[in-house]
Design a protein around this ligand. Structure first.
Ligand code: SF4
Length: 307
């Protein structure tokens, strides 16, 4: 069988389902390659898989000549994410070579999240319970780096066992989707301390969570002494907060010795001041050289309020 793949979003971040689909077909002896719209007219594939993660990514622009076309991903199935991959594909060791990746492993140890935040599709797609779905060895074979994609690993009953697996790996670990600061405890911080942290992300999305989140971030900083270059806290903006509330979170995170990172909900239609805020914070050259937002934006209204 001739199988071809299309990563509709582009190649900025490797598409894990496509790497698993590739591995699955290769184990069956099928030929797998990236789809080429030109060669497909003279040598049409039997099946084309198209994967699209983001809803805002435009549809693939070329006509596809194939006996069968299978589309998947949240970009095609918002908000429920569509059908999950069949078990025999979901749990296969990914074909990292598809993207030329040699020393990084990507995967999920858990799926699901009980928080059900209004702006997030994880609960609708993966369920409202965080649960173990794999051991590390399922997608890691001694690569130097692990990029973990779990939405809320600390909410899983098995999280300590899974953190221990990450600590024992000796690999550099990047918790790409963030750890839920509200679920940090002295006990799980002790295990996290033994993990070689490449990067750790937290999120403070809602100003109302200050009393729950700030003391936990303080505890994490105190116990780990983590450098701000390795510890980022996402700040959701343009959802249900004012600019003043956004600035309050940003300054507080900086005071904690961590690095804020502004996320903009529906960025395409966000007001200019939010886009300016994002640039001020996320461009680290500007961030470390300009202490106050009003000094960057020239916003006299913010300056008068002394924020
Ligand atoms: S805690 Fe994170 S993963 Fe869970 S619903 Fe909220 S944003 Fe999504």
């Amino acid at each position: 069988m001739k199988v071809e793949l299309i990563d509709v979003d582009g190649h900025n971040f490797p598409n894990l389902p496509l790497m698993k689909i590739s591995a699955y077909h290769k184990t069956k002896g099928d030929s797998v390659r990236w789809h080429n719209p030109l060669t497909a007219w003279t040598d049409p594939p039997d099946r084309v898989y198209m994967s699209k993660v983001f809803t805002f990514t435009p549809e693939y622009e070329y006509p596809i000549n194939a006996a069968e076309i299978i589309k998947g991903g949240t970009g095609y199935n918002y908000p429920n994410g569509g059908e999950p991959l069949p078990e025999e594909i979901e749990h296969i060791y990914p074909d990292y070579g598809l993207y030329g990746i040699t020393n990084t492993a990507y995967g999920f140890l858990t799926r699901g999240c009980p928080r059900n935040c209004d702006f997030c599709i994880v609960g609708k797609k993966e369920g409202l319970c965080s649960r173990k779905v794999a051991d590390l060895r399922e997608f890691w074979k001694d690569q130097k780096e692990i990029k973990l994609l779990d939405p809320n690993i600390l909410a899983a009953r098995e999280h300590k066992e899974l953190l221990e697996q990450l600590a024992s790996s000796g690999a550099w670990v990047d918790f790409t989707q963030g750890l839920d600061a509200r679920l940090l405890t002295e006990e799980n911080i002790e295990i996290i301390k033994r993990i070689k942290l490449k990067m750790v992300h937290f999120a403070w999305d809602n100003i109302a969570d200050e009393k729950l989140i700030v003391p936990k971030l303080q505890l994490f900083k105190e116990k780990t002494g983590i450098d701000k270059r390795k510890c980022t806290v996402y700040v959701l903006t343009n959802f249900n907060s004012t600019l003043q509330e956004d600035l309050h979170r940003i300054y507080k995170i900086r005071d904690l010795g961590m690095a804020p990172f502004v996320m903009v909900y529906e960025k395409q239609t966000a007001p200019k001041e939010i886009k300016d805020l994002q640039r001020w914070v996320n461009n680290r050259i500007i961030w470390y050289s300009t202490e106050k937002f009003e000094d960057y934006s020239g916003d006299t209204k913010t300056r008068r309020q002394g924020k």
